[in-house]
Each structure stands twice: as structure tokens, then as C-alpha cells.
Ligand binder design. Sequence first.
Ligand code: SF4
Length: 456
Amino acid sequence: MPKFYIQTYGCQMNVYESGVVRRVLSDAGFAETTDEQEADVLLMMTCSVRSHAEQRALGRLGTFRALRSERAGTVVGVLGCMAQRFGDVLVTNHRADIVVGPDEYLRLPELIASVQAGTTGLVATRQTGESYDAVMLARGPGVKDSRIPMSGTRPLESSNPGILSFVTVMRGCDNYCTYCIVPHVKGRERSRPLASVLAEAERHAASGVKDITLLGQNVLAYRDGARRFPDLLRAVASALPRVRIRFLTSHPRDLDSSLLEAMQRLSNVCPSLHLPVQSGSNPILERMNRGYTREEYLAKIALCRKVLPEVCLTTDVLVGFPSETEDDFKATLDLIEQVRFDFAYMFRFSFRPGTRAEEFGPKVSEADGGRRLARLIEVQNRITAERNRGMLNREFELLIEGPSPRDSGWLGRTVANKVVVVKGRCAPGDVVRCRVTRINGWTPVAELPAREAATC
Ligand code: SF4
């Protein structure tokens, strides 16, 4: 049986899409290997959101080429956003055998066969609006992969794909934020039919998954006829009452009370929201084409906390956007202090060729951008630690996901998406109640009471 190896860079959408590729290849008779040395096909799922991610992938492509020269007949393929963005260049300049964009994964078996029959340099990058409805993942793709945290709510990653999973509900984006490459490489918004999402979520649950994240570039743009995202959330949460349901990512402009009310009513929908703010300054938000003002964003945060008092709020922030002044940056810092997010993914702006922001000026110098990012990280880290300290001496229900990679103990997740290191005897999939007894750095640590430990 031919073997494939796949490495994933980027966001949770890419992790999910690697799961689609796994399914397509296993249906075609391939077996996955985690040992790149024995693979007949070496694939990488790439990310174009930041140039750093692209540079890492190109470096890794060099390793794949070296493996191919040691093992004649090995196929090297680039998938995902870089495939869409660079196309032929990955063949001519980087000697990939196949280059496959986000809508063409169903063609992988045929493309691999063509390379093995002697035709190399195949590029498949049509944007067809593919939503992979027919590709049902039996369970969630693994969440531990060599990826760059980009957007999400999982600062500590679990390595147990049997407990957590993702189900894509929509793909693509129509928002065209001026800094973002995603609409250019992933195409227009398209949603999966509600029945298809539900069927996949049910299959995950039947295989033992206990925590499902509904995934999309902007899940709040979900449409299936007249049905919107709150309808989908109700359908999935009601069908799987014993499974925790989350979703990612939500555009702040599209958040409204119907979503919050659905979250409040459905007891297994987790009270966590990832709402990328990007900037706290109105002129910058306008140049980013974000579609909301600082005041509107803050009003939505206030509404979230009113309807869901225990909500865990996370965000993405970009500093050093062209024309950002010290006052703009101070407005961002001020918003961060006001909202007191539980966690933030923070980045310095990098120009992405092909986006509108490429033409914007004046550029913020490397030194100013770096200094602002360092200051922002310092402020948010303090707030994250303070918020986690607020968990001290409180009891939480934790879903055990697997061993902690950094401490002896286990990783458990609260319903609000906080990761806690649990000391005691338990196993992946257990749900335990325990008290946070200390904070290590900013990580809450809980001890399993003897009674709980005995039943695990
Ligand atoms: S909403 Fe904006 S930042 Fe998010 S994927 Fe779409 S264009 Fe990119």
C-alpha cells in the first residue's frame, strides 16, 4: 500500500483540510505514515497569511526535495494557500511535483498517479467553490501538527484527536479586509448544507469525540437557504446534547443577540467567543475595511458579557498597520485594557502581495512595529495571567484531553475553553470536577480530589 506523509502549517481550517486530504487519499488506497523517510508521497498544507509561514514552508520543501533525491519516485506536493497563490512558481522555482489549491483536493489521487507515470509539474488551482460535502471525516483530524498559531482559542494544544474535532461549516470569505490574503486564495464564501454538517458531527460523536468546533473563516456568514448560523448551532447542539459545541471564527460585525441568545439557551454550547478586533483605532479599522468602529465593538463585548457572564473572550490584534500612529496604537492598548480578553493572538503587520494594504502608506518602521508589538504582548500577558488568577480556588468541569506536554499531569479544558493542568489519575475523555489550586506562570493547575482520582 503506498504511503503518504502530510505536514500542516497555519490555522485550524488547514488542520481540517489536511483531514479532507487524508480521507481522499485513504479512500484511494493510500496509508498515512508519520515517518517522512518511508513516504511515497510527501505533502504540505501551506498558509499564506504571513510571510514567515511561507518562508517556513519553503524551507521544509527543501527537505522534501532532499528526501525525493534519496528515494527515487517519491512525489512532492504543495497544497493550500501557497499553492493557490504561487501556482507554477512552485514547480519552476521550487521543483514541486504537484501544486494543488484549496478547491482541488479530490484530484489528488489522479495527480499523484500522473506523476508516478512520469508527468511532473502538475498544477491544479481552479477555484470551483468546492465545499467537500461528500467527504465525511469519520472523526476529527488531529489537532497537534507543526502549525503556527494564527487564529483560534487554543493556546495550549491537545494531542488527542479522538476527543476533540473540527467540522467545517463554511469556506472562503467575502470581506476583503485590506491586509488579508484569505479571500484571494480561499475564494468566495460558501456554506455546507445543514444536513451535511449535522451528519458529519454525528459521525464524530459516534466515534467518541466529546468536543466539536464548528469551523469557518467567518461562521456567522453561514447560510443554508433561510437558515443562519444560530439555526445550525441549535440543530447540532440539540442532536448531540452530550458533546461540547464551539465555533470559530466570528466576525464582530456579524455578531448579534440571536447568536448570544442561542448560546445562552443551549447548555452544551460553550461560552467562548473568538472576536478578532485587529485594532482599537477607528481610522485604522476603516483602512482595514473591518466594517465596525471601536464603539460598536465595545458595545458588542458589553452585550456578550451581559448575556453570557462567564464568557471567555479571545481576539486577534495587528499592530504596525500602514499609517498607524502612536495615538492609534494607544487606542488599541486602551481597548485591550478595557475589554480584558482572556487571550489574544498578536502580530506585527506584514505586507501580503495582492492585498489592497500593499499600496498603503506610510509604512511603520520595523523598530516602531516591533516595539509596539512587544508592549502589546506585555500588557495582554499581564491581563491573561490576571484573568487566570481569577480561576484560583474555583471549581471547574474539565474534559481531559491528554497528557500535558510541559508538566507532569493532564490537560483538561473548561467549557469556557480555558486549559488547566490536572494533577491526579485520569484518562483522556474523562470529565472531572476539580478546584484550581495554583497558577504556574499563567497556566491554572488543579488537583483531582482523591474521590475523583479513585473513579477515573
Ligand atoms: S474576515 Fe477579513 S481577516 Fe478574516 S478571513 Fe475574511 S478577509 Fe481575512
